[in-house]
Design a protein around this ligand. Structure first.
Ligand code: MN
Length: 339
């Protein structure tokens, strides 16, 4: 079978490897049908993902078809559609005991520190797949469940409430989906993005207002919109750590800042403002138990899913797929590989 492997940073190959077999009674064999390329896969490819090890089969956004099941698996059968859970955890450490399995000390992430979904077949425990109805969404569409779960997790972390004024920095796929979920939670959503074509997309993903911060004064815009109170939640999905320093100025009292990216340069933060306004600074990483709700909701979001997926390539064209995704002028949203 075929598997896209990063041998070492900047060296990607489509390898022919052995098809895996079920060895435990609780396992399932999944034929991967569609798998999305994430920004984090590009980081693993180029050696800039801080968690990655090599060689690595990348990919963690996938939908497939059950090909075979172990003897203890009674609720799935060959031909059933499933979406894959990209993380595994120990269930015993402090984070797991407190419901934060996604930051488990033994966390394994497909495509990063365990081999991922850019391959034709995978064997995983039954607990690592979620069934979906392929008559309600295609495999390509279902591959977008995973990035939507990231957006759902971020909104849960930021505790977005009806009536909140929410600012999302960045209209890449994750920023767009975060805006979309915030809107569905009843918020008024502002998206800030310097790329005009991405900013235009934001309107269809829940943005009530789109601001190009290179052309318009974002602080002034927020000041007017909120009568000087400030926004209630800021999501940093642009990859610019300094935006946390900015956020403490433009958040309202009792506001929340959610860090969604992982730039590592340290940035100054004004503690006085954090205390004076009793701000909450939050991280968000992966997701925990968000797949069932997203699989349920996605068929109602297919207009957005289809707009997000700008390119679909057969796996053999993986080099072209990565080139399109990395070309800032290509207009690429989500790029999906099919088997
Ligand atoms: Mn992803």
């Amino acid at each position: 079978m075929k598997a896209i492997t990063i041998l070492k940073p900047n060296q990607m190959k489509l390898l022919e490897v052995e098809k895996p077999v079920i060895t435990e009674p609780d396992q399932v064999l999944v034929k991967i049908r569609a798998t999305g390329i994430c920004g984090s896969d590009v980081h693993v490819y180029h050696g800039t993902n801080p968690y990655a090890s090599y060689p690595r089969v990348i990919g963690h956004e996938a939908a497939g078809e059950i090909e075979a099941v172990g003897e203890n698996v009674t609720d799935l059968k060959p031909g059933d559609g499933v979406v894959l859970e990209p993380i595994t955890y120990c269930g015993e450490c402090y984070a797991c005991r407190n419901g934060h399995h996604n930051v488990c000390r033994e966390l394994k992430v497909l495509g990063c520190i365990a081999d991922g979904t850019f391959r034709e077949y995978m064997v995983v425990p039954r607990s690592q797949v979620y069934p979906f109805d392929p008559s309600r969404m295609s495999y390509v569409q279902a591959a977008v469940c995973e990035p939507y779960t990231i957006a759902a997790q971020a909104n849960w972390r930021g505790d977005v409430r009806p009536g909140d004024k929410v600012l999302v920095h960045g209209a890449g796929p994750i920023g767009l989906l975060t805006a979309d979920i915030a809107k569905s939670r009843g918020a008024t959503v502002i998206v800030s993005e310097p790329n005009e074509s991405r900013l235009a997309m934001a309107k269809n993903f829940g943005a009530d207002y789109g601001v190009n911060p290179r052309k318009e004064d974002l602080d002034e815009f927020i000041g007017k919109l909120t009568q000087g109170e400030g926004v209630n939640v800021v999501f940093e999905a642009a990859g610019i750590p300094a935006l946390i320093s900015h956020a403490v100025h433009i958040l309202s009292p009792a506001g929340r800042f959610v860090a969604m990216t992982y730039g590592k340069e340290p940035v100054p933060i004004n503690f006085k403002e954090i205390n004076a306004k009793e701000l909450t600074i939050l991280g968000t990483r992966h997701q925990y138990q968000k797949f069932p709700e997203i699989i349920e909701q996605l068929p109602e979001r297919l207009d957005r899913v289809d707009e997000l997926i700008t390119h679909v390539f057969p796996v053999e064209k993986y080099e072209e797929a990565f080139a399109v995704l990395e070309d800032k002028e290509s207009g690429a949203g989500k790029v999906v590989l099919t088997f």
